[in-house]
Design a protein around this ligand. Structure first.
Ligand SMILES: Nc1ncnc2c1ncn2[C@@H]1O[C@H](COP(=O)(O)OP(=O)(O)O)[C@@H](O)[C@H]1O
Ligand SMILES: O=C(O)[C@@H](O)C(=O)COP(=O)(O)O
Length: 419
């Protein structure tokens, strides 16, 4: 085992696992920290946690446990994967988890690299942009759990973490790997622990990846995975083998959407035109004990059409504001998550074998409730969203991060089925 990845949510984990496979590393994804050692033929192991929005102590404990497991598995470099839109406000978990991982590794320096240019996430002068808009002016400012109202990564890290952030700007990165390594050395000498790295394009990620070769810990979105994988890939890349084990089979399929992102709103809107759909009533999730059975029956009645039925909680910012004002932001999002968790479990009992899920937290609860231990990684439906197949059950999932994929994502995903 070469590379160990600790991902702070489940869509994030499949996102980076997909990029590692695409860049030639045989990769396996494990849901949570396994109780035992693993004898798998893999170059990289991705452990998915649900640590993005949980209490900070739990995020630290779970992340350190994952690190220790990966060390015991023989990994030589470690990658803390978080969201390409950071998804972590001033009191978020990225800073404390980074500090704890550095301390555990006896290290004092790492990079902060959320960028993913293929999906429009870039960093310029330390500010994170989403499709050319500042993060704080993008749809992410309305996120139900982590509303991002600051785009400056140094400021966010300084608020969350114990240490100090510095910047490696894009002019330095344009100068190539040795200039970036020299900038890291200079920041280290100034007492900086976290180097925020500007990234405008994929070439920058390759340069940053090379410059990170000797860092025990790197942190970032999935974009940096391509650069890091290059440092490890050997002639016997396992891409084709890994892709075939992760391919989905035709079978009963459902779409569950618990994301309220701008792109998921568009995807849900488009899919409603062609497929049976059911809009969740948050009040019923909170108050009606029989609601889940009723929705489950509706899904089962609609499984035989051309396209899979969709159950969605997805709401636009105005609708979300009304719901949150009435029931509370935390209570309503929890009720929706619990609903999807129960529904997924019941649908599995009804023979559903393919789950297309939109939303990181939503994917986390669905995967946990299905009791999947880990995944083989299959083909990418869209950048950052591969089909994955359970290592221990006859079950495939497409775990879509809120803002990933294009408008026809849900139909495109169903075009991958083998008989
Ligand atoms: N209609 C709704 N009302 C309140 N909360 C909602 C609603 N729809 C979704 N949510 C909650 O919003 C959160 C969305 O987060 P997540 O699933 O991670 O999506 P994303 O990938 O877009 O961040 C979840 O906690 C979900 O339960
Ligand atoms: O890095 C990303 O953008 C994704 O991998 C990711 O973490 C997405 O999180 P959600 O938007 O909560 O799905």
């Amino acid at each position: 085992m070469l590379l160990g990845v600790i991902a702070d949510d489940f869509t994030g984990a499949t996102d980076i696992a997909g990029f590692l496979v695409a860049n030639g590393m045989k990769t396996i994804q494990l849901n949570g920290v396994p109780a035992d050692a693993l004898s798998a033929d893999a170059d990289a192991v991705v452990i998915s946690l649900k640590s993005r929005s949980c209490p900070v102590d739990q995020a630290v404990t779970d992340s350190v446990a994952a690190l220790r497991w990966l060390q015991a598995a023989g990994c030589q470099q470690f990658y803390f994967k978080y969201c390409s839109t950071f998804d972590s406000t001033a009191d978020g978990n990225i800073g404390p988890v980074t500090d704890a991982l550095l301390a555990e590794l006896n290290e004092s320096f790492t990079v902060i690299c959320p960028s993913l240019p293929v999906n429009g996430r870039t960093v310029c002068h330390g500010n994170l942009f989403v499709n050319g808009e500042l993060l704080s002016e993008s749809g992410m400012r309305h996120h139900p759990v982590t509303p991002m109202t600051d785009a400056n990564l140094m400021r966010l890290m300084n608020a969350q973490a114990q240490g100090v952030s510095g910047l490696v700007d894009y002019q330095t990165i344009d100068q190539g790997t040795s200039a970036v390594v020299a900038a890291f050395d200079q920041l280290r000498a100034q007492g900086v622990q976290y180097a925020v790295v500007d990234t405008l394009n994929n070439q920058h990620l390759v340069t940053i990846g090379e410059a990170c070769k000797n860092l025990k810990l790197v942190t970032g979105g999935s974009g940096l995975a391509a650069g890091i994988a290059r440092n490890w890939v050997t002639a016997q890349s396992g891409q084709a083998e890994a892709l075939s084990t992760g391919h989905p089979q035709a079978g009963k399929t459902v779409v569950l959407s618990g994301s309220c992102s701008v792109m998921t709103n568009k995807q849900v809107g488009q899919y409603q035109r062609v497929a049976p759909h059911f809009a969740l009533d948050v009040k019923a999730c909170l108050t009606d004990d029989n609601y889940c059975n009723a929705v489950c029956d509706w899904v089962v009645d609609n499984l035989d059409g051309e396209y899979a039925p969709m159950v969605f909680a997805t709401a636009n910012p105005e609708m979300l504001k009304v719901i949150q004002a009435e029931y509370g932001a935390q209570a309503s999002s929890l009720a929706v998550e619990q609903f999807f968790s129960q529904l997924a479990h019941r649908l599995r009992e009804q023979g559903v074998r393919n789950f297309i899920v939109a939303g990181g937290e939503t994917s986390g609860v669905v995967t946990q409730s299905l009791g999947v231990k880990g995944f083989h990684i299959g083909p990418q439906i869209a950048p950052g969203v591969p089909w994955v197949t359970a290592i221990d059950q006859d079950l495939s999932l497409a775990l879509k991060s809120g803002n990933f994929g294009d408008e026809s994502f849900f139909t495109t995903a169903q075009g991958f089925f083998h008989d």
